[in-house]
Design a protein around this ligand. Structure first.
Ligand SMILES: *Cc1c(COP(=O)(O)O)cnc(C)c1O
Length: 443
């Protein structure tokens, strides 16, 4: 069966391009582009057969289908030849039952999808595998691409650097100086990318990258590039698969540039069009109050787009005031009965710490999503019988300064409710025993 896909303007003006063209906006009307699939060809396979195929490939070593992304290759990017796929077998991250936290907040059917349990420690790997594979195929077919470039709040750059290095393709990375974690800064350095640290914020880096990529030999790797969405959309599909093809009631995720939420919705809509599911979950978009353009726009029912000047937030990967995929995300909120809520620095830090006390190790962005979960439960929007999935977007170990600062009480705008600093004691058995007696109940 020949499956195909192409780039098409999301504003419906009808303009189309090959997925291998270095274009990121419609040349006619300036709208964003999306990958469209030949759904008719995909419909010739029954929903049951798709499910069996995806199940059979899960975690297999049959290249490249053991990857969570490439196991759904026909739905993701069929024109890529298997030999051009650049993959670290991303995806199939665990979705675990957060039993103790769920009971504490009165929503016992609470689950956390650990998208950050991935090669470079964030969900960005899912989109980057598709984009870098496409570039590899373009190069194999003689395209003139000198380098792949991105602006980043830290995780896109880590993913781009790793996948580009695996394929031997030069990567150029623009980071806002001093605004990414130490781990995120060192990742592209280690992978031998060219790291340019600019004295601006993410939005400033994004403006420069858009100018640079007008040169077709400089290929753009930000989520404005529709190929990233195709990989990221597998998160929504994977969650449903992990529940034996049952759709949860809610998916909650932290949002910044609004690519991931648009992608997840796209995957779920594709499942519905192809008959694998018959209903959709509700989606909650969680923003940091210090960078909340989507929240501000939601207050005006999305009649006006309200970009903001993003202020410093601990959730540095979503410190974005002018989200590129706004136009993609608004229809998602309408189609998925969506809500937008925000969390202050205090709320996101305490939410992450509260989750950590039940065994998690939540990054600050996951903290934003958890804080929003708590709010939606408190005001009765999420009910106690709902099945809720929180998407954890990055690995907590990338944000050590956040954890250390919280427990040492040195974070700005935060007075920690759950700090747990170590007790410094002399190495003396009596002193140590006395301390344990103070800390742990007697039986
Ligand atoms: C990129 C990122 C986000 C936000 O995703 P968008 O697609 O920009 O909305 C959230 N959390 C983490 C950890 C990220 O790296």
């Amino acid at each position: 069966m020949a499956y195909s896909c192409w780039l098409e303007c999301i504003r419906g003006c009808g303009k189309k391009h090959s997925i291998f063209d270095a274009v990121y906006r419609c040349e006619d009307c300036g709208g964003l582009l999306d990958v469209q699939h030949d759904l008719q060809a995909l419909q010739e396979t029954s929903p049951q057969d798709w499910k069996s195929l995806f199940e059979r490939r899960t975690r297999s070593n049959e290249w490249p289908f053991g990857s969570g992304v490439w196991g759904k290759k026909e739905w993701v990017c069929p024109p890529i030849k298997n030999e051009n796929v650049v993959s670290f077998y991303e995806g199939h991250s665990n979705c675990f039952w957060a039993e103790r936290l769920g009971v504490e907040i009165g929503v016992p059917d609470l689950w956390v999808k650990l998208s950050g349990n991935s090669h470079t420690g964030s969900f960005k790997d899912l989109g980057m595998t598709v984009l870098v594979s496409a570039v590899r195929q373009m190069l194999a077919e003689g395209a003139a691409v000198r380098a792949v470039v991105c602006a980043s709040t830290g995780d896109t750059s880590a993913a781009l650097a790793a996948y580009a290095a695996a394929a031997g393709i030069p990567a150029v990375i623009l980071l806002p100086s001093g605004k990414v974690s130490t781990a995120q800064l060192v990742q592209p350095i280690a992978n031998h990318a060219h790291v340019l640290s600019l004295d601006t914020d993410f939005d400033g880096c994004m403006r420069i990258v858009q100018e640079l990529s007008k040169d077709p030999t400089i290929y753009l790797a930000n989520s404005m590039n529709a190929l990233r969405m195709e990989g990221q959309k597998t998160v929504g599909i994977e969650i449903v698969q992990q529940f034996d093809w049952e759709v949860p009631d809610w998916i909650i995720l932290p949002v910044g540039n609004l690519g991931n939420v648009s992608a997840i919705a796209k995957g779920l809509l594709m499942m519905k069009s192809l008959g694998l599911i018959s209903r959709l979950p509700r989606i909650a978009c969680a923003q940091a109050a210090n960078a909340d353009p989507l929240y501000q726009s939601s207050l005006q029912d999305f009649e006006a787009y309200v970009p903001v000047q993003a202020k410093t937030t601990l959730a540095s990967a979503i410190q974005i005031g002018d989200p590129v995929s706004y136009e993609r995300a608004v229809p998602v909120l309408e189609g998925f009965d969506g809500v937008v809520e925000r969390a202050s620095e205090q709320e996101l830090a305490d939410a992450a710490a509260k989750a950590d006390r039940t065994g998690m190790y939540a990054c600050p962005h996951t903290g934003v999503a958890l804080a929003v979960l708590f709010k939606l439960v408190d005001r009765g929007e999420i009910s106690s019988t709902d099945r809720v999935v929180v998407i954890s977007t990055a690995h907590g170990l990338k944000f050590t300064d956040f954890k250390v600062g919280y427990h040492n009480k040195t974070l700005e705008e935060v007075t920690p409710r759950y700090s747990n600093p170590p007790h410094k004691l002399d190495a003396d058995i009596t002193i140590v025993s006395e301390m344990i007696d103070q800390l742990v109940e007697h039986l």
